[in-house]
Ligand binder design. Sequence first.
Ligand code: TXA
Ligand code: MG
Length: 350
Amino acid sequence: MISKYSDQKEKIKEEEIEEAAREIVKGNLVLFPTETVYGIGANALDEEAVKKIFIAKGRAQDNPLIVHVSNMQMVEDIVESIGDLERKLIQRFWPGPLTIIFQRKSKEVIPNIVTANLDTVGVRMPSNGIAKELIEKAGVPIAAPSANVSGKPSGTKVEDIITELDGKVEYILDGGFTDIGLESTVIKVEDNKINILRPGKVTKEQLEEVAREVKVDKHVLGRVEQNEVVSSPGMKYRHYAPNTKCMMIYSENEEKMINEINKVTNQMKQEDKKVLVIGRKEHLNSYLAERKWNVGETLEEVAKNIFTLLRKVDKEQVDLIIIEGVGEKELGLAITNRLIRACAYNYLVI
Ligand code: TXA
Ligand code: MG
């Protein structure tokens, strides 16, 4: 399939990718772009190399990594079998921002550290040209989480993450601002049905064109209670959250949403507290807050900009950040999933 996403492969010289690939083979870490977000990659077959990822990110050992491949042979080598529905999904969405959870072949192929001892493995074939070539040249599948210290928003530009990852990776491939800006859709096929464990650019609506039934896991929008069993370990962890208190406010009725945001802003003002509103361009004039940031116009723009904005908010020294919600349709589900976590479930839908 021809890549639908632009990438900035022309920004990188062939030799740079070759050098990065050699670092992967040597067992070192490489920061590289994908069409979704940047990844911190290591040879997925090398336990010692993968250990370095967990140390660099401060990541919990029970949170498995996605294995990135560049061809179907790599998939066949690590998974037990590929079902009919999975094949259809691969045909339609790979290479691209879809991670499929398969039964793993055998514990010896992919080390336990990658899958956090689960009997499944998450696999994705990225479409970004730099990522594809890096995997191809390394000749091994690459385990890579999003490039960020655990808990922070995923890196969508090297400038945003260079400080927190400096000295922790051996090589950096700078491919510019990532195209999508949110991590891949993570799904698992069960009884011929698709379960969405993490929403992303490949939407529920698109998956419904391929499968009879598509479910959204209850923890995609719901809070995980203490000791609750989850389908994907990543759901348990604090993610994307700035230090400043955040709140998401959404209504399908724009006027109602704007009024509510202004009401909260006024309440804060009365207490002498400062508010920053992050909203769609066309709404900014209607807000009473002194500080307002434009998150974009379309859902695609919101997805692309949100992490880089969330990384900047703490510098603003405000008391509350109010973020406009975007609803749950299409790419909105993925954005809402990230926003309610960034806001530590402090949100209002009216
Ligand atoms: O777009 C992406 O997916 C990016 C780029 C770099 O490819 N990667 C990424 O990785 O977001 P990470 O590690 O930040 O998130 C992977 C998510 C986690 O929530 C993890 O729990 C889940 O995928 N996951 C991985 N393997 C799994 C498995 N076997 N079963 C269930 N969930 C799994
Ligand atoms: Mg992550």
